[in-house]
Design a protein around this ligand. Structure first.
Ligand code: AQP
Length: 336
């Protein structure tokens, strides 16, 4: 980051390579990062350490492959490595180090109350401690870079709130040091729902078990067509935004709005009096064309071999910032 960009708000965010990235990740995270990369100093990592919180679900070789795929997609979706830091979380050891220090200042009750822990541990006979302490590592990811804003989907707001609480707890124990970051949530499409079930959030893990749940960013036009044509719609006859009476159609319209950039009036004019079949056809064409542009850039990047260097440079720059924070934290806590 240059000294000129240092005055911009610092934004930290990441995606777990726990599966293939889907259009929900694009709408809720990637497209926002791209949109804001001129205005913000972006620190964007691939959260591979977080992907270990459910061991056994993802094999080592597959995890590495997914992490590389995610990094390639960051760039292919429009993140410019000259403007934003892109790196693997595991390549910057300060994340795990600060995560440990923060886990020592975090009351157990705060972690047990987290919705994500409750959901992901539900019905499992055994869960790793990492699933419970996940928010302390996430707090470290954010606080290492003194983030001002954390762009998240509606579902992750609670994680930013706990990061603020952890920062304040650390400051109370060791002296005022960390700044509390704020969540940054885009209103439209903050939560993209499953195409097979508009009552649940589109997620990488559900997509592993159902081919009609999500559309992956690397999916072929044939798959896009198949998944959209089988998408759940509603019994209400009209095409309109209404989560209560038309959750399926609202979800399709939300995806259309985010990928097309069209306003409400334009969408109303396009779809008024039309059938669900027409909406699905338009959405299929739009997604196929947008995804094809992303996939072309992705394939070129992988062919050129430039991704490795981008990740090495990103990690070196991130480590310089994270190392400085950790030196100060060590001094404050008495371990350095
Ligand atoms: N359906 C979604 N709608 C809007 N935003 C979403 N995000 C994820 N799903 C949606 C946003 O993508 C970013 C990365 O999330 P993550 O990988 O760290 O964890 P996640 O939210 O748990 O993602 P998934 O896809 O649901 O993965 P799994 O199934 O592995 O847990 C975040 O900003 C998130 O809000």
């Amino acid at each position: 980051m240059t000294s000129e960009t240092k005055k911009k708000p610092i934004v930290v965010s990441g995606i777990q390579p726990s599966g293939s990235l889907h259009i929900g990740n694009y709408i809720g995270a990637l497209s926002q990062w791209v949109e804001n990369q001129e205005a913000f100093d972006n620190v964007l990592f691939i959260a591979d350490l977080h992907a270990l919180t459910t061991p056994g679900e993802i094999k080592a070789k597959e995890l590495r492959q997914r992490a590389i795929e995610a990094a390639g997609l960051y760039v292919a979706c429009g993140i410019d490595p000259d403007k934003s830091l892109i790196f693997f979380q595991s390549d910057v050891p300060q994340h795990a180090y600060l995560g440990w220090i923060l886990s020592c200042c975090t009351p157990l009750g705060w972690l047990e109350r987290m919705t994500q822990f409750k959901t992901k541990s539900e019905g499992r006979e055994r869960v790793g401690a990492g699933l419970l302490t996940y928010p302390t590592l996430q707090a470290a990811d954010i606080l290492l870079y003194h983030a001002d804003l954390v762009p998240v989907g509606e579902d992750q707001k609670q994680h930013v709130e706990i990061t603020r609480d952890i920062a304040e707890r650390f400051n109370h124990l060791f002296g005022k040091y960390f700044k509390a970051p704020k969540p940054y949530i885009r209103e439209v499409g903050a939560r993209v729902m499953g195409l097979d079930n508009p009552e649940v959030k589109m997620s990488k893990s559900l997509a592993e078990n159902s081919r009609t749940h999500a559309i992956g960013l690397l999916d072929s036009p044939e798959v896009v067509k198949k998944v959209i044509s089988s998408a759940t719609t509603d019994s209400a006859p009209a095409i309109r935004f209404d989560t209560d009476t038309s959750p399926g159609v609202t979800n399709l319209l939300t995806i259309y709005r985010c990928f097309s950039g069209a306003g409400d009036e334009q969408i109303q004019n396009t779809f008024e009096g039309k059938s669900y079949g027409f909406l699905k056809k338009e959405l299929t064409e739009l997604l196929t064309s947008r995804l094809s542009a992303i996939q072309t850039r992705y394939n070129e990047l992988l062919r050129s071999g430039g991704l490795e260097q981008i990740l090495r440079d990103g990690a070196a720059k991130a480590e310089a910032i994270a190392g400085e924070t950790l030196r100060e934290v060590r001094a404050l806590t008495g371990v350095g």
